[in-house]
Design a protein around this ligand. Structure first.
Ligand SMILES: Cc1ncc(COP(=O)(O)O)c(C=O)c1O
Length: 391
């Protein structure tokens, strides 16, 4: 079977370096916020072209912490795309705010930027564009809307590490960008991991507070923002005790493990090469899949798509998947239920038919294998199998 993704092949290519990095951390004894974590934050911030990065436990926590740092909570509304992984909406609900769903574009599947403005009201505090499947949302329009209505923009870059929009990295456009290092992501660690990117020094400090139980000097800053008062954080006296035992807001226990950061430091220099290889594979798919029953993904010209997944559209998806399974080709669905129709959000009152593009994609989108280590022979077999499908 050709798998959809394959993390062990990547490990095998870098085995010696990764093993050495893991051992270095094990011997260091500095497992939480150790040197590798701090260095990786700097390296990843530089890679993405932002000033600051805050390593957190996973991509979901990155969104939750970013929303908290923006002061978003009960009574607020946050606009996002109906076509994303559940975590995008879950994070909004987790801080007590209401997710407001917008349809995705019919062509590129990212949030339909033309449908955002009509959903803005006095409760709206932020927009979370999701850079879906490795392709950025239309950030020019989204940033203009956000500026006009004084909204935060928090980019969900979980599927887009290294993607470019007009030549600039995903995560460097909004007030904050949230990244996931889940193992199968384009830049994945050996467990859970995530990061928040920002150019804003205050948001950086607030994110640092929220990832460590709202404690220490940054915690006091978070407290002062929450209460809308001004506090002199430099006058804080911990009486010789550890700052982490002084808590000012309810935060989280969510740090990027030093061990994961050390592995990610080994992998980061390879990310552009892996993304380029994904684009090469996508090019072969684009050129050589000729079956008229299969619709190819569309890349917007402003984007350098990094193909976290390669999603085709097929009318009879179940039959197509069953056929490919028999041919030895694994497929996947991202995602079968659009967010507005998830049972957990039934109280928001959305109905089937409300957001037709997301619903169509949920029913007809199908991902075929995509990872940098796919061989030419495997790619050929996938293409030939798809072209031989009679529908
Ligand atoms: C679009 C999107 N947002 C958020 C997340 C959450 O990331 P994590 O699994 O690291 O919590 C994911 C992960 O799959 C995702 O695809």
């Amino acid at each position: 079977m050709i798998p959809l993704m394959n993390v062990t092949k990547q490990y095998e290519h870098l085995e010696q370096e990764l093993d050495a990095a893991a051992l270095r951390v094990l011997h260091s004894g500095k497992y939480i916020l150790g040197e590798d974590e701090q260095e990786f934050e700097k390296e990843f911030a530089a890679y993405c072209g932002v000033k600051y990065a805050v390593g957190v436990g996973n991509g979901t926590d990155a969104l939750v912490i970013a929303l908290s740092a923006a002061g978003i909570g009960t009574g607020d509304e946050v606009i996002t795309s109906a076509m994303s992984f559940f975590a995008t909406a879950e994070a909004i609900a987790a801080v007590g705010a209401k997710p407001v769903f917008v349809d995705c574009r019919r062509d590129t599947y990212v949030i339909d930027e033309t449908a955002i403005e009509s959903k803005i009201n006095e409760h709206t505090k932020a927009i979370i564009p999701v850079h879906l499947y490795g392709q950025c949302a239309n950030m020019d329009t989204i940033l203009n809307i956000a500026q006009k209505h004084h909204l935060y923009v928090i980019e969900d870059c979980a599927q887009a590490a290294g993607a470019l929009y007009h030549g600039k990295k995903a995560g460097s456009f909004g007030d904050m960008g949230c990244v996931s290092f889940f193992p199968t992501k384009n830049l994945g660690c050996a467990g859970d991991g995530g990061m928040i990117l920002t150019d804003n020094e205050e948001l950086y400090s607030l994110c640092q507070a929220y990832r460590v139980h709202g404690s220490g000097t940054n915690g006091l800053l978070a407290y002062s923002r929450k209460k809308g008062i001004s506090v002199d954080t430099s006058a804080l006296d911990f009486h010789g005790n550890l700052p982490k035992y002084y808590n000012f807001v309810i935060g989280h226990n969510s740090r990027l493990d030093t061990l994961q950061a050390a592995l990610l430091r080994v992998k980061l220099p390879h990310l552009d090469g892996w993304n380029a290889r994904r684009r090469e594979i996508a090019k072969r798919y684009q050129q050589e899949i000729t079956n008229p029953k299969v619709k190819q993904p569309i890349c917007d010209s402003a984007n350098t798509h990094i193909f976290y997944v390669y999603v085709l559209e097929v009318e009879n998806r179940a039959a197509f998947r069953e056929y490919l399974e028999k041919q030895g080709v694994t497929t996947g669905v991202y995602f079968p239920v659009p967010l507005h129709l998830q049972k957990v959000f039934e109280e928001l009152g959305y109905q089937e038919g409300d957001l037709p593009n997301a619903e169509y994609l949920a029913d007809h989108g199908v991902a075929i294998p995509m990872f940098a280590e796919l061989t030419e022979h495997e790619i050929g077999k996938i293409i030939q199998s798809i072209n031989a499908w009679e529908g």
